[in-house]
Design a binder for this molecule. Structure first.
Ligand SMILES: [Mg+2]
Length: 450
């Protein structure tokens, strides 16, 4: 029962069998590595001194199951129905798999295959007694956050000096300064994506640190291949009179990026852009680094610790403000089972109508990161000159959803490029689709759903 237009239906989703695609590379190279990482992590966790015997014994069965999953990928085995692990969503996954028909790891829709892999890992853990709530990716998430210590302290300093000491919301005649600050804060939230752990294999620590640096943000502005920031600003200026302005942020990654998102939320409140901010998190570990509820606690645990952050001067000023926003309910977190399905957002209306309705009511929905962008655009092989509005399908024209995508380009889909000449220029500048894949180019795409 597709609710999409003819046009959207004609565009095929990318498959892992697609020659030369990021999908194919990911299925062949990255997936086995990710599963090996979970095996190593469980091995290490089970070897810890305080682990009880039963839990240790159970870890062996889990490692065998994970190894089996990894071998299935390496040997291109067919995707088979997930075993009942007592959770309500299993039937839906298996129904969706049945609808796709016969497929294998190296010959399946990329979006489905990748989501199915993360759900399979969770299924193995769900079927255990002692490891159900174990986050197989926590180790990686934490270690990367600690590495971005300098960037965290630098951002805290700038935030306190630029935003908190200048209550711009109250100042008249400072329109240009307000706008520049909005652009700056939005771009920090955008490039925070550069720490995406599931792609860490392709980036060195130097790359990460330079992407987090302020100068790099400046330089990378030219790499925003579809930039609707002016339209977003115009929308916000036009609507400041609305009494309730709730902004929903569909989060991507934990760690440094989550810190930039929480800071962005605080900025949106401090600047009077939003009256409240709701952060959407995942219900279980997903795409390595995606935010789950314990990651929010973990963020504050680390930020509050002067052991992790020895230069605590600006954090000490910033943290009470952030804590207060959470305590008062100005910033809240929420999750929905839909975020951890393999459905694209084109199917939100039929699969999660209540969620769709909530997003319709939102003042502004901000979608963070590559996976959310793939889901927004149905992971479709659109011509790059397709408008963002068209690629959004049911979330686009007349949807009533005001949706802003902040995404560094790390997969096969990218729409909203104004002209074919620009596509050609990008192909020349960054050949072999590098500008769609290497994380050094990005989009700030906005649609008002009118
Ligand atoms: Mg992610």
């Amino acid at each position: 029962m597709p609710s999409t237009t003819m046009n959207t239906e004609e565009v095929r989703a990318v498959w892992t069998s697609e020659k030369g695609s990021m999908a194919k590379q990911t299925a062949e190279n990255r997936w086995p590595k990710i599963i090996q990482g979970t095996i190593d992590g469980i091995c290490e966790a089970a070897a810890a001194g305080d682990v009880e015997e039963q839990k240790r014994v159970e870890s062996i069965a889990i490692r065998i199951a994970l190894k089996h999953l990894k071998q299935g990928i390496e040997q291109n085995k067919p995707l088979t129905p997930l075993q009942d692990d007592g959770k309500l969503d299993i039937q839906q996954w298996n129904k969706q798999l049945a609808e796709i028909g016969e497929c294998s790891w190296a010959n399946c829709p990329w979006l489905f295959g990748e989501c199915y892999m993360y759900r399979s890992i969770q299924s193995i853990l769900n079927s255990s007694k002692h490891w159900q709530n174990y986050d197989v990716f926590k180790r990686q998430k934490d270690s990367t956050f600690v590495k971005s210590r300098a960037a965290v302290e630098e951002l805290a300093r700038r935030y306190m000096q630029i935003v908190a000491d200048n209550p711009l919301a109250q100042k008249e005649g400072k329109e240009e300064a307000k706008k520049l600050l909005f652009i700056e804060m939005t771009e920090i939230a955008l490039w925070g994506n550069a720490t995406d752990l599931s792609l860490l294999a392709n980036l060195t620590l130097e790359d990460l640190q330079s992407l987090q640096g302020r100068d790099a943000i400046r330089k990378s502005q030219r790499n925003i291949v579809d930039n609707d920031i002016e339209d977003v600003w115009a929308y916000l200026q036009r609507t400041t009179g609305q009494a309730s302005r709730q902004i929903d942020i569909i989060l991507d990654n934990a760690g440094f990026e989550l810190f930039t998102d929480v800071l962005y939320a605080a900025y949106l409140l401090d600047a009077g852009v939003a009256t409240s901010v709701r952060l959407h998190v995942k219900e279980f570990p997903w795409f390595v680094s995606d935010v789950t509820p314990p990651d929010i606690e973990s963020l504050f645990y680390h930020l509050d610790s002067s052991e992790y952050f020895p230069r605590h001067e600006y954090l000490e000023q910033l943290l009470p403000r952030l804590h207060e926003y959470f305590r008062s309910g100005a910033i809240t977190t929420t999750s929905d089972p839909f975020w951890t399905t393999a459905f694209s957002f084109h199917e939100m209306l039929s699969r999660a109508p209540a969620l769709f309705e909530e997003l319709q009511k939102s003042y502004l929905v901000i979608s963070k990161g590559d996976l959310n962008y793939r889901k927004l655009t149905r992971d479709g092989m659109w011509p790059h000159t397709t408008t963002y509005e068209e690629a959004l399908g049911p979330l686009g024209r007349q949807s009533g959803v005001k949706i802003l995508a902040l995404r560094t380009n790390k997969s096969d889909v990218c729409v909203g490029i104004q002209t074919q000449a620009k596509v050609d220029a990008l192909d020349e500048e960054a050949p072999d689709s590098a500008w769609i894949r290497n994380g050094k180019y990005a989009v700030i795409s906005f649609n008002e759903g009118k």
